[in-house]
Ligand binder design. Sequence first.
Ligand code: MAN
Length: 553
Amino acid sequence: MAVRAAVLGGRSLGLGLLLLLVAVAALEVKRPRGVSLQNRHFYEENIPFTCLDGSKTIPFHEVNDDYCDCRDGSDEPGTSACPNGSYHCSNAGHRSQYIPSSHVNDGICDCCDTTDEYNSGATCLNTCKEQGRKERETLQKMAEMAKEGFKLKQQLIEDAKKSREDKQLKLAELQKEKANWEVQVESLRTLKEAAEKPEQEAKEVHKNAWDEVQAAHNLEKNKAKAAETFKELDDNEDGFITMNEIQTHAELDSDGDGVVSEQEAETLLGGASHVDVASFQEVVWAGIQDKYKSEAVTETPIVPVVPVEGGADSSREVDHEDHRKDEDEDDYGEGQDDGVGDDDSEDDGEEEEEEEEDGAGEDYYKNRQSYVPEKEGTEEEKMPAYDEETQMLIDVAEKARNEFSEAEKSLKEVESSIGSIEKELLVDFGPDGEYAYMFDQCYEMTTNEYVYKLCPFNKVAQKPKQGGSETNLGVWSSWAGPENNKFSMMKFDHGTGCWQGPNRSTMVKLSCGRETMVLSTSEPSRCEYLMEFSTPAFCQEGVHDDGSDHDEL
Ligand code: MAN
């Protein structure tokens, strides 16, 4: 029931009583049930009432007559007659509030002053004083916390200022260091290049000499091979290779018919009918060396053999044996030569290999064809060590290279330190730098499933408690509070992609607190996270203002 206090005047009343009543009237202002103090002037007793939306005017006695006249429900502030109306409870001792008209007399106590249930029979207890006391206590605590937090914030601001100055000094120092290193790097580059030039030249001389040795060696070997081949081809051992003798080697066929014709043989012999060993080496060998197959390995020839007059087959068989013998003798001779005071290291290597070959015994003959190239491809290709002078130039150049790359490394390190300080100095740490202390820090919170990690100005991550890899919930984007309170929200985005969804992102809502900590985490919609985060940096000076209407009775 609305509180009504008649303002009574009367000569019979004493002045004291009059004053008391005036005082009460100031507190308990007469107005229809469910009307707020603010709106009471719309409801003047005995004056026709105009709906608050201006749509209709009705006699005053129709206000709160349990019949809805106004479209906006304003004629029934204290009944449940209008579906869209609202009821105001004063809640003396606590915070006044509006409830929907439908809650009036519905049997449920909504207002702490019980006034919404004036005609339902529901037994409501007035809890306003108790609630008000509790709320005041809470507000008191919050105010104390805000005060303490604000004090801490002043320290944070001081520290941030100091640290910013230190960083600027450090930056200036690093810039100087960088300039020094740049000079160093350039002079060491010059030294390096100066040392590398003679090194390169000496190495080239050495390499060229080695190439020459190798070329000469290869030439020798090729000549020996040509001589050996001459012997093989010279079936009748008359010191000439004839067309017939060439024709016994079907692999030398040039037109692909599998047979070396007389014409082809003549061409191979350089137009002559026969050649001696000198012409063979000069004219013939170059033309056949790629195709020629040594008889020494074709124990059971598969290729068709052109019959040679006078039972060439049997004589070739003998020759073959002879050749093996010759080759063996050659190898022996070579070994002998090497053994006699030849101080060429490369030859020494060869000698070692020869010994190995000797050790191979019977297999050496059987596998001769595959064995030879293997021998050619190994030891002989190794370049001998550099001479002392060249090695010295290499060592000097190597030292210069190391010094140069060390200096270059130091320059890169200094540049990277400069980069990170510059990056930090560019971050917006709040109006007075109060959020700077969080840079490089991470704050964790564990829920049933995950460990959440908030690293302000860097990233947010989520890691399953039972193990597994970390999921990026967003990297630092910007401050994202409303225009008048920009530093109340942090935004992190471009996190790990969500399956069939957006990239993960996180909003962090800041609140004032003594400690810097994550208060809660949630995922309001899939892969979009919300964190509540307390920090003294968010505390404001002055009393906590919650906008409530405490003075109304
Ligand atoms: C993971 C977590 C969850 C997220 C799902 C989406 O399980 O990152 O937070 O909702 O992936 O698939």
